[in-house]
Design a binder for this molecule. Structure first.
Ligand SMILES: [Zn+2]
Length: 437
C-alpha cells in the first residue's frame, strides 16, 4: 500500500533542525515515510490533497486512562479526595469489560478526531482496551494498573502479570505492553520492586504516578522521611524505563534524581489545574537537568477532554503565568513536548514523533481555512498558530502507520451511530448498577 499526501501548504517536520517546508508532499510506502519533497510526481494507491493544510506528526499523549471518558462530566468542581472517594471510586468497581471496550472506542475516537495518534494508557480490563484499539488502528502503550489498596483483590499484581502475558502474545506492531504500579501511596514497596524488576526483565516501560499532590508528598515524607522521588530512588525504582505522571510537587533534589536516573515525566497541566493540585511540574529546571518530558491529558474524568491541542496551549500558558515570564515555554518547545519528546518518553523516537524518511507515517493534517486559523502570516508563525490558535476540531485527517483513520473528519474504522448508541447503553447501565450497589 502506498499513500501520497501531496501539495501540503506546510509540513512541520519536527526533525532535528525543526524544518518547516512549504508546498511539499510526503510519500508513504507500507506504513513508512519513503520520500519528502517539493517534487514528488509519482502515483500512489491513495492520494490526499494537502492544499490549505499543515501536515505535522501525530500528537503523543503520554498519560491517559482512556476508558474513564465514561466519567466525563460526571463529577466536577470538587476537592480531589472527595471527587475520588465519593464519585469516581463508587463507579469504578462497576466497570465491566463491555464498559471499558466502549469507553476505549469513545476515547480513541476523540483522540483521532483531535490529532493524537499514540497514547500511553493505564487502566483495568486491558484486554477489552486492546480489542478496541486494534479495531480502531491507533498506536498505544498499554498496562493494567496495580493498586494494592483497591477493594477488589483481583485488581492485583497477578492480574497485571496475566495481562502482561496477554499483551505480549498480541504481537501487534501498534500495541506495546508496559507495567503500571499506580503510585507510591497505593502500592506496597514489594509491589513497586516487583513491577520494576518485571519491567527490567521484559525490557518494557513502567508507568506510574509521582508527586501529583502536596498531600502525597507530605504523607510519604512523614512515613519514610523522604519525598516521593527520593524514596523511589532509594529503593532503586527510578530509571530510563520509568514514566512518572505529574511530578507537580517534586523538589529541586528530586528533579536532579529524575535527570540522573533518566526517569521520564508525563506532564498533565489541564488535569492538575482542574483538580487544583497547586503544584506545577518545574519544567525549566527539568530541562536544565536533562529530564525527558512529554505531555498527557490524564483521564477525561479530570480534564474533561483528550484534546492534546488544548493541553499544549494550557501547558505553555501555565508555565508563562507561573513564572511571570512569557518566554519561559515557547511554542516550539511546547510542540516538541507533544510530538518528538513524547515519542522519546515512550522510547519510540526511532519510529514516531517527527516526519522523516524511514519513520512510521503517523501524521495529521490541520485545516488552515477555519476562522480561528486565519491568517497564516508565514513560516515564522506556523508553530505559534498550531500551539496557541488551533484546537482539536481543526484536525482534518489523521493517519497512523500509513492507515487513514479519519479523512475530512469522517472516521474510517468507527461508525459514530453505533458508538453513540453503545455509549448511552453502557453509561446508563453503569449508573444503574452503581446506584444499586
Ligand atoms: Zn493518572
Amino acid at each position: 500500500m502506498s499513500l501520497l499526501v501531496r501539495d501540503c501548504s506546510w509540513i512541520v517536520t519536527q526533525d532535528d533542525s525543526r524544518n518547516v517546508l512549504k508546498d511539499a508532499s510526503v510519500y508513504v510506502e507500507d506504513g513508512k515515510i519513503a520520500e519528502i519533497g517539493n517534487r514528488i510526481s509519482h502515483d500512489a494507491d491513495r492520494i490526499l490533497n494537502g492544499h490549505g493544510m499543515i501536515l505535522l506528526p501525530g500528537l503523543v499523549n503520554t498519560h491517559t486512562h482512556v476508558p474513564m471518558v465514561i466519567f466525563r462530566g460526571y463529577a466536577d468542581d470538587m476537592l480531589l479526595q472527595d471527587w475520588l472517594t465519593d464519585k469516581i471510586w463508587k463507579l469504578e468497581p462497576n466497570m465491566t469489560e463491555d464498559t471499558c471496550y466502549w469507553g476505549t472506542m469513545l476515547g480513541c475516537t476523540e483522540m483521532i478526531a483531535s490529532g493524537t495518534t499514540t497514547f500511553n494508557d493505564m487502566y483495568f480490563f486491558v484486554q477489552s482496551e486492546a480489542k478496541a484499539i486494534r479495531e480502531i488502528g491507533m498506536r498505544a502503550v498499554l498496562s493494567s494498573v496495580i493498586i494494592d489498596l483497591a477493594p477488589d483483590p483481583k485488581l492485583h499484581r497477578e492480574n497485571a502479570d496475566k495481562v502482561l502475558d496477554f499483551l505480549k502474545k498480541i504481537k501487534s506492531p501498534l500495541i506495546t505492553p508496559a507495567i503500571a504500579p499506580h503510585s507510591v501511596y497505593s502500592c506496597l514497596e514489594d509491589t513497586l520492586l516487583w513491577a520494576k524488576a518485571r519491567a527490567d526483565e521484559e525490557h518494557i516501560l513502567v508507568h506510574t504516578h509521582i508527586a501529583e499532590t502536596r498531600k502525597e508528598q507530605g504523607d510519604i515524607e512523614n512515613k519514610m522521611g523522604l519525598k516521593v522521588a527520593e524514596y523511589l530512588d532509594r529503593i532503586g525504582f527510578l530509571g530510563p524505563n520509568v514514566i512518572g505522571a505529574h511530578c507537580g510537587w517534586v523538589s529541586r533534589n528530586e528533579v536532579k534524581l529524575l535527570g540522573e536516573s533518566g526517569t521520564k515525566v508525563a506532564h498533565c497541566p489541564v488535569s492538575n489545574m482542574k483538580l487544583a493540585t497547586g503544584g506545577t511540574a518545574p519544567l525549566p529546571e527539568m530541562f536544565e537537568n536533562h529530564v525527558c518530558v512529554g505531555l498527557g491529558t490524564d483521564g477525561a474524568a479530570s480534564n474533561n477532554t483528550l484534546d492534546m491541542f488544548e493541553t499544549m496551549k494550557f501547558c505553555a500558558l501555565l508555565h508563562k503565568h507561573a513564572r511571570w515570564d512569557p518566554t519561559v515555554l515557547p511554542a516550539q518547545t511546547t510542540l516538541d513536548l507533544a510530538t518528538r519528546e513524547g515519542a522519546r518518553v515512550l522510547g519510540m523516537q526511532a519510529a514516531i514523533g517527527s516526519i522523516e524518511v524511514g519513520k512510521s507515517a503517523d501524521m495529521i493534517l490541520v485545516d488552515t481555512s477555519a476562522p480561528n486559523m486565519m491568517p497564516i502570516h508565514g513560516r515564522d508563525t506556523i508553530i505559534s498558530d498550531l500551539v496557541y490558535s488551533a484546537n482539536g476540531a481543526n484536525v482534518d485527517t489523521t493517519i497512523v502507520n500509513g492507515e487513514i483513520l479519519m479523512e475530512k473528519r469522517k472516521f474510517t474504522t468507527i461508525d459514530p451511530g453505533t458508538l453513540a448508541r453503545n455509549i448511552d447503553r453502557v453509561t446508563q447501565d453503569l449508573l444503574a448498577r452503581s446506584k444499586q450497589a
